[in-house]
Design a protein around this ligand. Structure first.
Ligand SMILES: *Cc1c(COP(=O)(O)O)cnc(C)c1O
Length: 457
């Protein structure tokens, strides 16, 4: 039995986030105003988000953005997170590959989400905001934002996707412990929620419906801003702390990743781990220009592998700007899989452009394969992974088994985006044989794709 962990000293924790937009050969297309269809500027987003986040969102100039001292101090509550060489998993698979994982599950809320919740709450406080609102799927983002808000003395209101609110009651308790007001979405408390419930009384909710409700609350409440836990550029920016740390830790281990893997909901933990390594590919640096980047998404919500690159809304009601992204259509209602954090119809704008430019790859994973992989990982490494993270593990296992066939000693690095200790009801179902795969027919897919705005990028 062997496991090796690498940590950074406090003064080695990064002082800057990495903004890949500045280095991208093809810059992402601008988001468009939902009504006028004109390209948006940072100022257009000021009514909804903290100003600093809007500026970061649109920044295609500065590759390095300083982490404020207060944010870096808060990061030290749990950072650096360990980089782990997964010897026991390698042994269980009988692979010659070297498998490493970055363990973001050690954050107080159990996932990577806090890396962006802290700066978002911080910037709101700096700008004199007293209330923040957001949506949450499985509850990891809502819990992280509730905690970050309480750190900076701000009130938080969270719309939680109804199916997750019911399946994962403990995440609701966690949010409430940190003082958040939690509402299952769709709800009757907003116009958007009422419209959705009137049309579909049994709607189970999706991140799309919850975003509509939270944005509406932010727009109609004075001194209130909206925060988003994934998809947007500034969220992926904050998450690059993961890859920047991992880069230094891989150096301590004396290796460099041939393959970088993360699960994919909107792209923040993927971008967070991948972008710092991708900068060497963009710069064609010798010895670092060959790394492959793989996003692992659920087969039941396959925007990267089966979606289209289109301008589409980020939410169900069509309140958000139109984003140029891989999407299944904003009316897509994903199956009720247990990886709640991956049930989103679109992909972040940066990641979408990178996929289009073939800088990265995507694979889709069925629910059963994901839980099989997660269980194997848990038994080998002693950590129960979040259902979302199980997708990254399944993709890692596929690559490691390929190495077993070819005898190649590849170095694989994946992101353990969170632990699954609050998701044991899902594991119970898996262990009892009550989970199933959800296939998505081409007919269902083409129906929601046909409902996207006709406008083409
Ligand atoms: C939210 C979440 C994800 C998916 O979000 P991304 O923005 O794609 O990273 C993945 N894993 C965990 C544990 C999450 O909480």
């Amino acid at each position: 039995m062997k496991q090796k962990r690498y940590f950074l000293a406090e003064d080695e924790i990064p002082r800057y986030w990495y903004n890949i937009q500045a280095d991208m050969k093809t810059k992402p297309l601008p988001p468009l105003h939902p009504a006028t269809k004109q390209a948006l500027k940072a100022e257009d987003l000021y009514p909804i988000f903290a100003k600093e986040c809007c500026n970061q969102e649109m920044n295609q100039i500065d590759p390095w953005i300083q982490i404020p001292d207060d944010v870096r101090e808060a990061y030290k509550f749990y950072r650096s997170t360990p980089l782990v060489r997964a010897y026991a998993l390698e042994k269980a698979l009988g692979t010659p590959a070297h498998i490493y994982f970055k363990n973001e599950s050690v954050s107080p809320m159990g996932s990577h989400k806090l890396n962006s919740a802290i700066p978002q709450a911080y910037y709101c406080r700096q700008e004199g905001i007293t209330n923040i609102t957001t949506e949450t799927g499985a509850g990891q983002w809502g819990a992280s934002l509730a905690y970050a808000a309480s750190m900076f003395g701000i009130d938080s209101a969270v719309y939680q996707v109804k199916i997750s609110y019911e399946q994962k009651p403990y995440r609701r308790s966690i949010m409430q412990t940190f003082g958040a007001q939690v509402t299952p979405s769709p709800s009757m408390s907003t116009r958007a929620g009422k419209d959705i419930l009137t049309a579909h009384p049994n709607h189970q909710g999706s991140l799309g419906t919850a975003i509509s409700e939270a944005v509406e609350l932010a727009r109609t409440t004075p001194n209130c801003k909206y925060c988003l836990g994934s998809v947007l550029n500034h969220v992926a920016l904050h998450q690059t702390i993961i890859g920047l740390e991992a880069e230094k830790q891989m150096e301590m281990a004396g290796e460099y990743p041939d393959i970088v893997i993360a699960c994919f909901g909107g792209g923040s933990n993927f971008g967070g781990l991948a972008f710092p390594f991708m900068r060497h590919v963009i710069a064609a640096e010798k010895g670092k220009d060959h790394t492959r980047f793989i996003a692992a998404e659920p087969a039941s919500c396959p925007k990267l592998t089966r979606g289209e690159f289109r301008y589409d809304f980020g939410d169900e009601a069509g309140y958000t700007p139109l984003l140029p992204m891989y999407t299944l259509g904003h009316n897509f209602a994903p199956a009720n899989i247990h990886a709640g954090g991956l049930r989103y119809h679109g992909a972040g704008v940066i990641v979408s452009q990178l996929l289009k430019d073939k800088m990265m790859e995507a694979v889709d994973i069925d629910q059963l394969e994901s839980f099989q992989a997660g269980t194997l990982f848990a038994r080998a490494e002693g950590i129960i992974p979040a259902p979302e993270s199980c997708h990254a593990i399944a993709a890692t296992i596929r690559e490691a088994l390929r190495c077993k066939e070819t005898g190649e000693e590849k170095v694989i690095l994946f992101n353990l985006s969170g632990h699954g200790l609050v998701d044991m009801a899902s594991y119970d179902k898996f262990l009892a044989g009550d989970l199933q795969n959800h296939s998505l027919s081409d007919e269902d897919l083409s129906r929601t794709l046909a409902e996207i705005e006709p406008l083409q990028p």
